[in-house]
Ligand binder design. Structure first.
Ligand SMILES: [Fe+2]
Length: 113
């Protein structure tokens, strides 16, 4: 799902399971992450095609896999009211490195993590 030559390659092999550990087939999974500079594709004014994102569907064993880049941490905007709030709370503006997943299947609650 990546076109970033600077990112450290990452292979993610995943399984979707219910709370009893049973695999769930046919789950649509939207996946997105930043590039190696810590920016999402929509934050680049010169990008016309999506990158660092994909949509997968789990197989009969609940499995899906994708190639991306190892996530990097990035700062949230902190030059306005959010920055003032963070300063008052003595908190920094950096989010930990992460990948976003949104799981969807008819009859199930949507899960975004
Ligand atoms: Fe994020």
């Amino acid at each position: 799902m990546t076109s970033d030559p600077e990112g450290e390659p990452m292979l993610a092999i995943c399984t979707v399971k219910d709370t009893q550990g049973n695999p769930i087939a046919g789950v649509t999974i939207d996946i997105w992450e930043t590039d190696s500079s810590g920016h999402y594709d929509v934050q680049h004014a010169d990008r016309t095609a999506p990158s660092e994102r994909c949509v997968m569907v789990s197989d009969e064993q609940g499995r899906f896999w994708f190639k991306g880049i190892k996530p990097v941490s990035y700062p949230i905007p902190h030059d306005g009211p959010v920055g003032k709030l963070l300063q008052l709370l003595n908190r920094h503006c950096w989010r930990p490195a992460h990948v976003h997943f949104m799981f969807g299947k008819e009859g199930w609650d949507r899960l975004i993590t």
